[in-house]
Design a protein around this ligand. Structure first.
Ligand code: GLP
Length: 238
């Protein structure tokens, strides 16, 4: 793992975006794996600016989607991606992929999604955030390190952490379809961005702890090309 610590969140996110732009410069048709969450908002803001006017030839697969939310639900990750990234650049919908949250058979949808990633040739560059409990995608603690795309029940902490994106009183989904840990580890290169003090313990476990299903992100220690980009707050427990 290469670990880079930046003075603040803005610099760490700008450096993450710059790496994605550089990879797309080398290979405009790259297959990207993309993440959602508050941490990624400044990354997509930078990408909207830096990629504007250029060719949009990449294909993207998102990590996860809430079970039960249709793509046009305001809190779906499909809506997030359109609002923060795709609409501004006019990325053709055929080049963007997320699991369908409202699929009648979520596990069949997960299998279809895993096969679609393979059919696209696999992921060249995977962007990851980090849950405060050490999750990546929605692979919660004690997820199998050999897991593939599947339905996961969310930890209570994750439901509580993500409630801030939903309206007061609105029910936060309790399940998601997520790429598995083994699916994520097949990406040719991985960038993980984490900012803020609330993530510092998970960051320390991911980097300095044992490889363990208790901290799913620790599985990244087994990957040969991972760059972790941190601000000083999230690096505080290293
Ligand atoms: C969600 C997503 C993760 C993301 C995490 C952190 O649970 N499934 O992919 O990394 O939240 O989100 P935030 O950046 O909002 O802290």
């Amino acid at each position: 793992m290469k670990v880079l610590v930046f003075p603040d969140a803005a610099t760490a996110s700008a450096a993450t975006a710059a790496r994605i732009v550089a990879r797309l410069h080398d290979n405009p048709r790259a297959v990207l794996g993309l993440a959602t969450g508050g941490t990624m908002e400044p990354v997509y803001a930078a990408l909207r600016r830096d990629l504007a006017g250029g060719p949009v030839a990449f294909t993207a697969f998102n990590l996860d989607e809430y079970v039960g939310l249709p793509a046009d639900h305001p809190q779906s990750y499909a809506s997030y991606m359109r609002a923060h990234f795709y609409d501004a650049l006019g990325v053709p919908a055929a080049q963007t992929h997320l699991p369908r949250g409202d699929a009648p058979d979520p596990q069949a949808e997960a299998d279809r999604y895993e096969a679609a990633i393979k059919a696209a040739g696999g992921i060249d560059l995977q962007l990851l955030g980090l849950g405060a409990n050490g999750h990546i995608g929605f692979n919660e603690p004690i997820s199998s390190l050999g897991s593939r795309t599947r339905v996961k029940t969310l930890a209570r902490k994750t439901v509580n952490d993500n409630a801030r994106f939903f309206r007061p009183g609105e029910e936060v989904p309790h399940q998601a379809i997520t790429m598995g840990i083994a699916t994520i580890l097949e990406a040719r290169e991985i960038l993980l961005l984490t900012t803020g003090k609330t993530k510092s313990r998970a960051v320390a476990q991911m980097i300095e702890g044992p490889v363990s299903a208790i901290c799913p992100a620790s599985a990244l220690q087994m990957h040969p090309r991972v760059t972790v980009l941190l601000d000083t707050a999230s690096a505080a427990d290293l």
